[in-house]
Design a protein around this ligand. Structure first.
Ligand SMILES: NC(=O)c1ccc[n+]([C@@H]2O[C@H](COP(=O)([O-])OP(=O)(O)OC[C@H]3O[C@@H](n4cnc5c(N)ncnc54)[C@H](O)[C@@H]3O)[C@@H](O)[C@H]2O)c1
Length: 351
């Protein structure tokens, strides 16, 4: 199969590139080399061409004879300020729209889209109606160390896995842009009789993850602290539940989704199926790195999601995908894994 891979120089894209090549597929790999991700004046790695997915002529040239597109290119991270909004809209949403139009011109009818758990906003809570979304946690509760959401009766709420039927309630600029990507892709699939598999990655970690920046994931932030001889600092009480999925499993899910088109638009959680708490993540990393033990700070960031854990069942049923690396194994390995050599510089720009 001949695949166009966007964002191929990125953390996840570079693993997908290797996995596709190892499976015998021909990969046309492209990336803009955004300074916010790769530093200023970064050149594409071997086998990757510089291309902006917002450039229709450049896309027309690379889409000839392509069977499927694996779209990873995006500005990532939770966003630092409202000033990031144009960059998310430009690279993620305009970029996806320009790509979809070019795929239509090239009669390319299958897209695998990198989506994210952030589209859900909040996780699901046990013993609540399916559409129950707790309101924001009160400052008084947070200040007194009561971090769990509460039921209307006042009881603390425990989590239950979220599945793909949950409503999408983006909470950040980045999340809004990922929801918009999904919506454009869904509408494109309907209009062009094409197929889209939107892979909603949960917390991804692994080799070549970007270093600690305001746009990094928590595993890289803990890794960077340990490398600097410091304790990982864990917010709240450390019991926030998440699903940490290894980047090699993410790459395997993409290969499966590219080679097995599903119904017109199919969103799938891609997760390990082994939930862990943020405190456990810090402890596994600190133990494996022989570093300072984590410090649970009790600090909080308003707007943080308390718990979000995926149900990986639909990806297993429809795609036959099951993650092979547990967080216990993978995070211990990640404690010694190389991080991305070049550091991103500054906030993402959109021009
Ligand atoms: N890392 C995670 O935990 C995670 C979780 C959920 C979803 N995702 C999604 O996975 C995908 C890959 O993320 P990543 O973690 O590898 O991030 P990354 O920053 O390492 O890689 C993204 C790549 O996209 C490129 N890019 C950005 N705008 C572009 C444009 N206009 N044209 C061409 N290339 C462009 C960047 O230069 C970068 O190399 C993204 O779509 C992201 O939203 C990541």
């Amino acid at each position: 199969m001949r695949v166009l891979l966007t964002g191929a120089a990125g953390f996840i894209g570079s693993h997908i590139h290797r996995a596709l090549a190892a499976a015998g597929h021909e990969v046309i790999a492209v990336d803009l080399m955004l300074p916010a991700a790769h530093g200023v004046d970064a050149t594409p790695p071997p086998g990757v061409r510089r291309l902006d997915v917002r450039d229709p002529e450049a896309l027309d040239a690379v889409l000839r004879g392509i069977d499927a597109v694996c779209h990873q290119a995006a500005v990532v991270g939770a966003g630092v300020s409202a000033q990031d909004a144009p960059a998310y809209a430009a690279h993620n949403d305009l970029g996806t729209a320009v790509l979809l139009a070019a795929m239509d011109r090239a009669h390319c009818r299958h897209l695998v889209l990198a989506s994210s758990m952030v589209v859900y906003g909040e996780g699901r809570y046990r013993d609540t109606p399916i559409d129950f979304i707790p309101g924001p946690r009160s400052r008084a509760d947070l200040d007194s160390g009561l971090f769990d959401h509460r039921a209307p009766t006042g009881e603390p709420l425990d989590w239950t896995p979220i599945d793909e039927s949950a409503a999408l309630r983006p909470r950040s600029l980045y999340a809004a842009s990922k929801v918009a990507q999904e919506h454009y892709a869904l509408a494109w699939a309907t209009a062009t009789a094409s197929t889209v598999t939107a892979l909603r990655y949960h917390n991804v970690y692994g080799d070549d993850m970007p270093r600690d920046t305001p746009y990094s994931g928590v595993a890289a932030i803990f890794r960077s602290a340990l490398e600097a001889g410091e304790s990982p600092r864990v917010f709240e009480d450390g019991r926030q539940a998440r699903d940490f999925v290894h980047v090699r499993d993410i790459a395997a899910a993409n290969v499966a989704a590219l080679t097995h088109p599903l119904a017109p638009f199919t969103p799938l959680n891609i997760a390990s199926g082994h939930p862990v708490t943020i405190g456990e993540v810090a402890t596994i990393l600190a133990t494996a790195a022989h570093g300072k033990p984590p410090v649970v700070t009790g600090d909080y960031r308003s707007g943080d999601v308390r718990h979000i854990v995926a149900s990986p069942e639909k990806a297993h049923r429809t795609l036959g995908f099951t993650a092979t690396i547990t967080p216990q194994q993978g995070l211990a390995e990640f404690a010694h894994a190389p991080l991305r050599a070049a550091a991103g510089v500054g906030a993402p720009t959109w021009r």
